[in-house]
Write a protein that binds this ligand. Sequence first.
Ligand code: ADP
Length: 397
Amino acid sequence: MKVLVVNAGSSSLKYQLIDMTTESTLAKGLVERIGIDGTRLKQEVNGDKYVLEQPMKNHVVASQFMLDALTDKVHGVLSNMDEIAAVGHRVLHGGEKFTQSVIIDDEVIEAIKENIPLGPLHNPANLMGIMACHEVMPNTPMVAVFDTAFHQTMPPKAFLYGVPIDYYERLHVRRYGFHGTSHRYVSARAAEFLGKDINNLRIITCHLGNGSSIAAVHNGKCVDTSMGITPLEGLLMGTRSGSMDPAVLQYIMNNDGINIDEMLEILNKKSGLLGVSGVSSDMRDVDTAAESGNKNALVAQQILDMGIKKYIGAYAAVMGGVDVIVFTAGIGENGIELRERVMEDMSFLGAAIDKEKNKVKGKEADISADDSKVKVVVIPTNEELVIARDTLELVNP
Ligand code: ADP
């Protein structure tokens, strides 16, 4: 049984074909610059790299080229597209309606549309991906997997903001949280990896990539997370500011004569590691600059380190302690020095890492010191696999 996982952006389509018998990836691809100059499809199958440069005016055309690439006699892996049992779509915002993945029907499409005001950049793009796949594979069942779903178990005291309750009741203003598929996967996988029962664990999952978020997972359920109504809240990220006093907005806007859209563009795209360091949004570049003495790069690194420490402390307090700390995503899986800095002086929590064991990149590892009461682990995330598993489970119960 083969499942296609699709993650559609406004001008891109990322896909992965997964063989569910072995849970292995058969093909991985990306169509970028859809509808603009220089549209390109890149696909990788067993080390074979296939690139097709070809105008594609919209996601429907791009989806057809994706199917053509997957069934290509030389570079493909399928003899025909009917081998695809189902398609799983990543959808950013499920609002309060979706607490788990669902089979896509007209009602679900309407509900994703209703959530566009909450996810104005991503939900329309995700919908375009869904409609495009539906057009080129009309008989293939499709499933939506939401980035927000795992966090729907948060209690009101965690998800409500301290603003008049009317904003929640009328406009659904609240914390939703993102990267839910990743937090769900790495918390479950960490428990499995350690041979423990997730229903009896207090886990803090640190998803640190271009976008970063931390979640408190108590007995398998999310009880708090750092991202908010949008992915802007929480930690300092590649280009996002993370949390700050909202009055800063008024001060900068009045002073510089910019409007709210321009301000949010700055907070989403020009802040974070990039804005503070002035070097790059990429952690590796910031690390290199900091090492060679760039003070702004160093302080950007320190803001992130301290932010992660603060969330770990806060979530341990919320759960009455912590049993497992998980590092995942690009920085979490590969950032040896960052993990070392973040876990320094955490003995008050009963948590310490072994510097030698910590020298791992991109693979599952227990990096805790022998006498650490808290297990500290690296678990590479695999959101595509979760999407594929949910898809298969729903279409083939
Ligand atoms: P996305 O959120 O786009 O999926 P990733 O999870 O791929 O992002 O994470 C990207 C981040 O991971 C970048 O900041 C990159 O610098 C960082 N990263 C990747 N490899 C390393 C490494 N070896 N050391 C430190 N950071 C790394």
